[in-house]
Design a protein around this ligand. Structure first.
Ligand code: HEM
Length: 501
């Protein structure tokens, strides 16, 4: 019989052995990925992950040096792949989408408050939800949302004007653009008035608590609680705030669903918002295809998460680019003045806003250079063979949207430059395939909200450029928060003046 001391010693030795095997032996000598070229690990704890997530240049250098399939190391030296290889991208996005899953460790415990709505569902469940939800995102439905985009954009315009009238010209726009897109998605998503541009709102505050970048401790708790859910019950400040916010989101979304359910029982819902449309579609489906109330509730947070910061980030970067390129800003304004001579009566239809050629070029060029989603991340659910490499099941694979969008092989020698007119060059655009321009992903997991997002982005940007001139402050250094998504630092300010006529 082993005594207690020996048992403890063996256990400790076991854990140490397991840790050494997993961080030093398996990644470098046993994993099939050891044969894939890539940079050496930079640290036992971070591998290359920290560099990868905080700087853009290293990934370009790795791709140049090692090719289109690069192995790098994630935390604790876990090997992962960075890919720009069209065959793998095709397999992930188009041919065998469901052989790849969204990595839980990246999502943290977001699933506990978002649930497995369209964004995080997998396999047949995802297929069913997407089939059911696609009709809500038709052009006909989005056309009806345009007046809402315009109305909320007017509120932002008035707010900026008030600031300028009171003598402010150096204005931090990031929080306002974030609020404007939250107000819009609340209205067009589920007919909910956040009104955060002009007031405080409990649900908006709860949402922002859940979405704010966590501290290192918060990040660790989020990841661990996927495996050990009790961790979220430990009464420390991070958990208390998180659980309180989660309770508010859950209560409010339950109330919204109960209200819509009741109205739906009484007849067809009349609202133009996505949730009302989903309720109406749901009623027409055979029982086995219908969404449950819980699934419908999950779509509320899904719309918020997927449709809010993405659009505000894109709008911010468009303003940033235009403030650095005054000629392009002037050209866009000329186009807008011609289309909407009376700026106080700016009320575009969907077709009018989409007919503006230069605006379209600016939007595409912004999404190319500053795609809000910089990677498409997956974990392989099956072993795969690509060329000479065996990619085992459970490998993390990052499709680098950023590297593809800035590749000189695809976009030519000016790939890293802002040149909206490139989109008018047929010799270039004929070579752009759905795997070389990926701001919305492609295939069955592509963004369901892309048409909505583009219309919203165009209306908001047009409103701002039609009414104001934007200049970046002298010497301002614009930081992205991380390269994992391209959110800007919230302290960035623009020098803004009014367009008089
Ligand atoms: C400029 C704005 C936007 C960008 C750049 C964007 C980008 C993306 C990308 C890259 C994906 C794929 C993620 C992946 O495969 O891992 C995605 C998925 C998704 N997006 Fe968007 N998005 C935007 C706006 C919106 C809006 C406004 C909504 C909703 C109203 C929305 C709803 C969704 C949903 C539900 C998914 C999951 C689709 C699925 O898995 O089938 N997005 N988006």
């Amino acid at each position: 019989m082993l005594d207690l001391v020996s048992l403890v010693s063996f256990s400790v030795l076991g854990v140490i052995g397991w840790a050494i095997y997993n961080t030093y032996i398996w990644p470098f000598y046993i994993s099939p990925l050891r044969k894939v070229p890539g940079p050496p690990s930079e640290s036992l704890i971070y591998g290359n992950y920290k560099t990868f997530m905080t700087k853009e240049e290293p990934q370009f250098e790795w791709i140049k040096k090692y090719g289109q399939i690069v192995k790098y190391y994630e935390m604790f030296n876990q090997p992962a792949l960075l890919v720009t290889d069209p065959t793998i991208i095709q397999d992930i996005t188009l041919s065998n989408t469901y052989d790849y899953l969204k990595p839980l460790n990246i999502v943290g415990d977001a699933i506990t408050f978002i649930g497995r709505g369209l964004l995080f569902s997998e396999g047949d469940n995802h297929k069913r939800q997407k089939k059911m939800m696609n009709p809500a995102f038709t052009y006909a439905n989005i056309k009806r949302m345009v007046p809402t985009f315009t109305k909320v954009s007017f509120t932002l315009k008035d707010l900026i004007e008030d600031k300028i009238n009171s003598g402010e010209s150096n204005i931090g726009l990031v929080p306002y653009i974030s609020k404007v897109t939250l107000d819009i998605i609340g209205l067009v998503g589920f007919n909910y008035e956040f009104n955060c541009l002009t007031s405080q709102n409990e649900l908006a505050d709860a949402y922002s608590t859940l979405m704010s970048s966590p501290s290192i401790l918060g990040l660790l708790i989020g990841r661990l609680s996927n495996y050990l859910p009790f961790i979220r019950s430990i009464p420390i400040e991070a958990n208390i705030k998180f659980n309180h916010a989660r309770a508010i989101v859950s209560r409010e979304s339950k109330e919204l669903i109960a209200k819509k359910s009741k109205e739906s029982e009484e007849g067809e819902l009349k609202g133009n918002d996505l949730l009302s449309i989903l309720f109406n579609i749901n009623k027409t489906l055979p029982i086995e295809e219908q969404m449950t109330d819980e699934e419908l509730r999950n779509q509320i947070m899904t719309f918020l998460l997927a449709g809010h910061e993405t659009t505000s980030t894109a709008t911010f970067w468009a303003l940033h680019l235009l403030s650095q390129h005054s000629h392009e800003q002037d050209l866009l304004r000329e186009e807008l003045v011609k289309a909407f001579p009376d700026k106080s009566n700016f009320n575009p239809t969907f077709d009018e806003i989409n007919s503006l050629e230069y605006l379209n070029c600016i939007v595409k060029e912004t999404l190319r250079l500053y795609s809000p989603s910089t990677f498409i991340r997956r974990v392989s659910a099956k072993d795969k063979v690509f060329g000479n490499y065996l990619i085992p099941m459970n490998t993390t694979i990052m499709i680098s949207t950023t590297a593809i969008h800035k590749s000189s092989e695809i976009w030519g020698p000016t790939a890293k430059e802002f040149n909206p007119k490139r989109w008018l060059d047929p010799t270039l655009t004929k070579n752009i395939s759905n795997t070389s321009f990926l701001p919305f992903n492609t295939g069955s997991r592509s963004c369901i909200g892309s048409k909505l997002a583009l219309a919203e982005f165009k209306v908001l940007l047009s409103m701002l450029i039609r009414n104001f001139v934007f200049q970046l402050n002298e010497g301002a250094h614009v930081e992205r928060r991380t390269y994992a998504n391209s959110k800007p630092d919230s302290n960035i300010k623009f020098n803004i003046s009014k367009v008089e006529s």
